[in-house]
Design a protein around this ligand. Structure first.
Ligand code: ATP
Ligand code: MG
Length: 873
């Protein structure tokens, strides 16, 4: 059975059981402060489990793109080393939101595996939660009894809290689970060791394929559990592992999900898979990581230096260095796998073929830059080795390489080993831990439990229509973080405050109690589909009805920028072409930022054309037309622009200004005329194939023009001419260049005259042609002069002094023959004479310079020089 068929059969099976098939949510989380990446199928349904919103359908099924490389679920270090953990994988799932529970979940899972997929019952094991003293929980008898009715009791294994109690994070919905494991070993192996003893023992052929989670508790901040009002089913089956079981192979990498990628790696690198363990690991790492990185980029997450982008960069770098070390790839090659990946998965995930070119470009650029970092690191490592007195290299040195160059520690120790050196691993780990502790301490956040004032209150956002509303507090909690200090999170029954999302910042404003007390709202964000307001203090009486007021000015300017962003998007597609796709935006009151795919720098003509296009629509006074809650299909038919990597519900809101129609939840102006004017302030590259425009509108644009005008006015004043200022500046520049040339020539002539004068002044003392004199030159001028005189006059002893900006300089020149015949040393002499000017210096026997802070000592130094010469014989 091909992997395509495996996926389709799963979805169809549950469709027949009245489940709605829904699309995978993006793998990269947006606007969720609690998670960077989707790490389980249930993430996109969190709000239903928490009871924050009501699902349209109580039974749902899908395949979800998951990434487990950070936080509670982090498999990164296993990937490649074993054959059944991936960074990015698909999780097939079926869900019940307060509908069916354990009985159906267990029966259907069994039916699907044994009757539809026809997996031999004898190779399956199931597990049941044994209970936990910490949580005062009994064993899951209900699940045990249900399983007992289907499978022999010796195939039911009792599992501990680690394996059989599923939790999304430190807080939130959770519950006991039953896992289903397959034993893929040979007959002989099975006869030797019973499969039951290998379940959950990290055997690569006895692996968990499906986890049925029975969500019935909520984990509170203090660690205790409370019953959820409703019980839910959340199941997750590893798609790649299921394919392994169904395709009769012994590794996920031998399924048709991975073989096309592995063949391509073999072709590119000339290495064969299955011959050598080290090479195999490297090939698996590359075949795995290309998926994670490509899907992330398709979801709009580019590699970068912070947050989710940094995680993606690290995954890609892990693949690059495995290639570099074990596959001898010194040139970019990973990007060449994108084509094969896109061909094999593009049907199920159209975002791959759609973004194919972009993904290739971004990966190639990352590869190039990291490969050159690796080379630089190698050079540095060589110098560390060269300067090391012992055969053990200090851990801090390796940490420095790791920290500033991203130079991986295993590579460092490998290279050291090859050269007969060792690494102080302990020292490295100490330095690493110290850094981790520092950053953890800085980002530590602790959240209290919510204090709930009103149960079951569905929240309403009224901020499209009004900026002021009477609100009641539904719940609140305190959040303590080292970075932000103490804050209170407040949730209201309704709110005019817009929560950060779709690139637009959250509203600020205040709450006013009936007695006039005011609490400021400093930010608004969405969490689990609730609008959470951040305040620095808690209102004194939380049971009051408050007047919630949004900062109108900020909101208006933000709206100007948001509407301008839509017009800009339209302009770019019109002027540059429809390959332009939004790759990120950030809309503030003061400015807007828009990232988009495009392969070259925009010319100044293109930039003006874009500005003109947008400004024409501002002048055209286009009215705001909005449709709330229309079915997504209808919106798409009207030509609305949807963005990859955004999560849209079944119903959406469309925002239209003239021909610009977008799916958008943001706030906008009533008429484009409100924007007044649109001005681009910068255009540049963010990554290969991604450009960024920063622009301003409204007041900020007025200020920009005002300042520029003011500057021009001042420039005209300075130029003091009735001429066009551009022409005036150009002619000033011309004049300036001519003057510069004249000055240079004059200085040359002056130096020549001075040289001749000084030669005429030379005195003959003891066979030495001597002169000590103060001149009006800088140190460089003195040096040039001394060497020119030295070239012309033999047996020369010259001491030239100068005073510049309150400081004294002495330079001594002694012809080489004098220096050796008479034992004179210019370095020693200036050091001696330097005392007169309260300074010091040095140099070579034939030329040396001293600087000092006492110009008044110059005459004494000159006299002293003569004494020295007089004293020679
Ligand atoms: P394991 O113990 O094997 O790491 P898990 O307990 O972390 O699995 P769950 O969180 O229950 O797994 O996820 C549900 C299913 O997703 C698992 O039964 C498995 O088939 C699959 N799965 C989990 N992690 C990975 C991974 N890193 N790569 C591929 N599949 C995975
Ligand atoms: Mg795991």
């Amino acid at each position: 059975m091909t992997s395509q068929e495996v996926r389709t059969q799963f979805l169809n099976f549950f469709k027949e059981k009245n489940h709605t098939i829904v699309p995978s949510a993006p793998m990269v989380m947006r606007d969720d402060p609690t998670l960077m990446f989707t790490n389980a199928g249930m993430n996109q349904f969190k709000e239903f489990f928490l009871g924050n919103s009501v699902p349209k359908s109580k039974r749902v099924t899908d395949t979800q793109k998951c990434l487990r490389v950070s936080g509670k679920h982090n498999d990164l270090e296993e990937v490649g080393k074993d054959t059944y953990h991936h960074t990015m994988f698909e999780m097939l799932g079926n869900w019940s939101f307060g509908d069916y529970f354990k009985k159906e979940a267990i029966q259907w899972a069994w039916e699907l595996l044994t009757e539809v997929y026809k997996i031999d019952k004898d190779i399956l094991y199931v597990s049941v939660f044994e209970g936990s003293d910490d949580d005062k929980l009994e064993m899951d008898q209900e699940a045990y009894d249900l399983w007992k009715a289907i499978v022999p009791e010796d195939r039911i294994i009792m599992g501990n809290k680690k394996d059989n109690f599923w939790e999304m994070g430190d807080q939130g919905p959770c519950g006991p689970c039953s896992e289903i494991h397959v034993d893929l070993r040979s007959k002989e192996e099975k006869a030797k060791v019973p499969g039951a003893s290998l379940v959950n023992q990290d055997d690569p052929l006895v692996v968990e394929i499906w986890n049925l989670v029975f969500i019935q508790y909520n984990r509170k901040a203090n660690g205790s559990l409370e019953d959820l009002p409703e019980k839910h089913i959340d199941t997750g089956m590893g798609f790649e592992r299921l394919c392994m079981a169904l395709q009769g192979v012994k590794s996920n990498y031998d399924t048709d999900v991975f073989t096309p990628l592995i063949r391509e790696v073999e072709t590119i690198t000339g290495k064969k898979y299955g011959k050598n363990e080290e090479t195999d690991i490297a090939i698996r790492v590359v075949a795995d990581h290309i998926r994670a990185v490509s899907f992330a980029i398709a979801d709009g997450q580019l590699p970068s230096n912070t947050g989710a982008g940094y995680v993606i960069r690290r995954i890609l770098r892990r693949a690059i260095r495995y290639g570099f070390t074990f596959l001898d790839t010194k040139q970019p090659f990973i990007y060449r796998l994108v084509k094969v990946l896109s061909e094999s998965m593009g049907k199920a995930f159209p975002e791959l073929p759609k973004n194919h070119q972009l993904i290739e470009n971004v990966i190639k650029e990352e590869e190039n830059s990291f490969l050159s970092t690796l080379e630089q690191g190698l050079v540095l490592l060589d110098s560390v080795i060269a300067s090391s007195k012992s055969k053990t290299i200090a851990g801090e040195k390796a940490f420095e390489l790791y920290d500033t160059f991203g130079f991986p520690i295993d590579l460092t120790s490998l290279i050291l080993e090859e050269k007969g050196y060792q690494l102080d691993v302990e020292g490295f780990e100490k330095a690493l831990k110290a850094q981790k502790d520092r950053s953890r301490a800085a980002s530590e956040v602790s959240k209290d439990d919510w204090t709930v004032l009103q149960q079951d209150s569905e929240q309403e956002f009224v901020g499209y229509d009004t900026l002021e509303a009477k609100v009641k507090l539904v719940k609140y909690r305190k959040v303590t973080s080292k970075k932000e200090g103490d804050q209170y999170q407040l949730v209201f029954n309704l709110t005019p405050f817009y929560a950060e999302g779709g690139g637009q910042v959250g509203d600020k404003g205040y709450l006013e109690a009936p007695n006039g007390d005011v609490v400021y709202i400093v930010d608004t964000k969405k969490e689990n589909n609730e609008i959470v307001h951040f305040a620095e203090e808690l209102p004194k009486d939380v049971s009051e009805t408050f007047k919630a007021v949004v900062d109108k000015e900020e909101r208006f300017y933000t709206a100007c920028n948001h509407t301008a962003t839509h017009l800009l998007h339209q302009a770019l597609r019109e002027i540059l072409g429809t390959h332009v796709e939004q790759k990120g935006s950030s809309v503030h009151a003061k400015h807007l930022r828009f990232d988009f795919s495009h392969f070259s720098k925009m010319t100044s003509e293109e930039l003006s054309a874009v500005e003109n296009f947008v400004n024409a629509r501002i002048e055209g006074q286009l009215p705001f037309e909005e449709h709330r809650n229309i079915p997504i299909n209808q919106a798409m038919e009207q030509g609305a622009m949807a963005l990859f990597g955004e999560k849209y519900g079944d119903t959406v809101r469309t925002v239209r200004f003239g021909q610009s129609i977008e799916l958008c939840g943001g706030t906008h102006v009533k008429n484009t005329a409100d924007i007044w004017h649109f001005k681009i302030v910068s255009e540049g590259a963010v990554a290969a194939g991604i450009r960024r425009i920063e622009a301003i509108t409204s007041e900020a644009a007025k200020e920009f023009f005002f300042k520029n005008n003011q500057m021009l006015f001042e420039i005209k004043g300075l130029l003091n001419t009735s001429q066009d200022p551009v022409k005036a500046v150009a002619s000033l520049q011309e004049e300036n260049n001519a003057l510069k040339k004249q000055v240079e020539q004059l200085l040359k002539d002056k130096a020549k005259g001075l040289k001749n004068d000084l030669i005429a002044e030379l005195e003959e003392i003891n066979g030495i042609r001597f002169l000590a004199k103060k001149v009006d030159l800088d140190a460089g001028g003195i040096k040039d002069l001394a060497f020119e005189m030295g070239g012309q006059v033999t047996n020369l002893f010259l001491l030239l002094a100068a005073e510049n900006e309150g400081k004294a300089v002495l330079s001594c020149y002694i012809s080489k023959e004098l220096a050796s015949n008479k034992g004179l040393n210019a370095g020693n002499i200036v050091r001696e004479l330097g005392k007169h000017i309260q300074g010091g210096g040095g140099g070579q026997p034939f030329f040396a310079t001293a600087g000092g802070k006492n110009p008044d000592g110059i005459p004494a130094a000159l006299a002293n020089a003569k004494e020295i010469v007089l004293a020679t014989t």
